[in-house]
Design a binder for this molecule. Sequence first.
Ligand code: TNX
Length: 504
Amino acid sequence: MLLSVMGFSSCSNKAQQQADAAFFNLIPKPVQAVKNNGYFVIDEKITVTTNSTDATMLRNADVLAQMLKPATVVSISTTAATGKSIKLNLVKDSLLGNEGYELIIADSSVIVNAQKPAGVFYALQTIRQLLPADATEKQQWMLAAGTIRDYPLYAMRGSMLDVARHFFSVEDVKKYIDYLSFYKLNTLHLHLSDDQGWRIEIKKWPRLTEVGGSTQVGGGKGGFYTQEQYKEIVEYAADRFIMVIPEIDMPGHTNAALASYPELNCNPKDSMPKLYTGTEVGFSTLCITNEKVYTFVDDVVKEIVAISPSPYFHIGGDESLVTPKEEYIRFINRVQTIVKANGKEVIGWDEIANTTLQPGTIAQHWSDSANPVKAIAQGAKIIMSPAKKIYMDMQYDSTTKLGLNWAAYIEVDAAYNWNPAQFVKGVTQNDIVGIIAPLWTETIVAMKDIEYMVFPRLTGYAEIGWSPAEGRSWEEYKQRLTQHAAFYKAWNINYYPSPLVPWK
Ligand code: TNX
């Protein structure tokens, strides 16, 4: 008897220590978090209630049930529960905005308040981080008592995945989406076409995928998403409050399309290119003076828009080094009109600032700092993706085997230690819609490679996008980051164990 009591108390001490530590190791760091004494212990049975019968709220309740499954049996109810319960409430609390939440943990109840289901979902991600990383752990699960009020700094927070240089399966993309959602990211930008491959089925132009999708960097077999598969990705992401932004890169980065259809080239007979499996950039262009090209663009935009609920369509527009400048301007101006006519707002890489931007167009800053300033002068908003800080294909240091280093080496501290609102002179917080961390895949072949380049840098980008900039410090952050290795390990993520982080 005595032994078992002692056994339980030391075990519960360990659980309490875990719960206490977790409260202070959240990433992204909450706007406000006040810890109290006490614990909400996850008993053998837990009731989850929601004050809304909204399908997304019921799904949220189910997300929580799945999360708690290793430790308890959950029953979900839409009527108030007597006794111990976790309550998911939609409430009016305008400071929380569309994505914010309040989480109140006490001995006998956990209350989640949010204005929108997205906020509830992010509160659940916080709860996930407060629980032990290892779901199979036999220790008792508990949450430290306290109150958290939390909401994001930027509306758009996410990552770009290049599925053109190397193709990644629907399963891989879903896994990537899971990673994003754990860190409260809400945007997946898919780079769907480039010189080396065309990755989305277009029914009117079938050779794009039959020919253009048939290879990749290094000459592997490539691949593409059918429209049904694309919808599956979009739905999987939407269930996790993630928007998928499709990018078709134009007028450069189009070799795969040009090799598929001779009529997109200016001199179809003598200049029809072959498929390309190298890693050069800037050598291809659609024929700007050919009317057929605009029919092509309109068809592509129409078919993608029909399966893409995101309000944005990304037209690329970067590194069109062989397109004459005047033609580039004419092309981007006209393509903006096509996208608008199809009901979407335009996003383009920052070079599009040199054209006439339509109202609502967003420039994604990656390289030349004059461009975002020009875009803002035209009334545009900015997505911050500066290569020197946030390109996850950049190597950590000179010993990194994967990746490139043309922009910089980006160690984990450098990835964290910058402020998007102070990075380019003339670009302030009000101009910025959000931050997107791109992973270009010239050297990235498998999910294990993705994981190595992404973790732990993405964890820091998630904090930059969500948490207040004031008071952020690498010294403090790196301590919290050490605790996240437990999650990486639990999910079998091949992360980079940076020597700058004092991993435990
Ligand atoms: C530049 S970023 C590119 C990509 C490459 C990347 C490699 C941008 C808009 N263009 O085409 O994949 O560098 O780091």
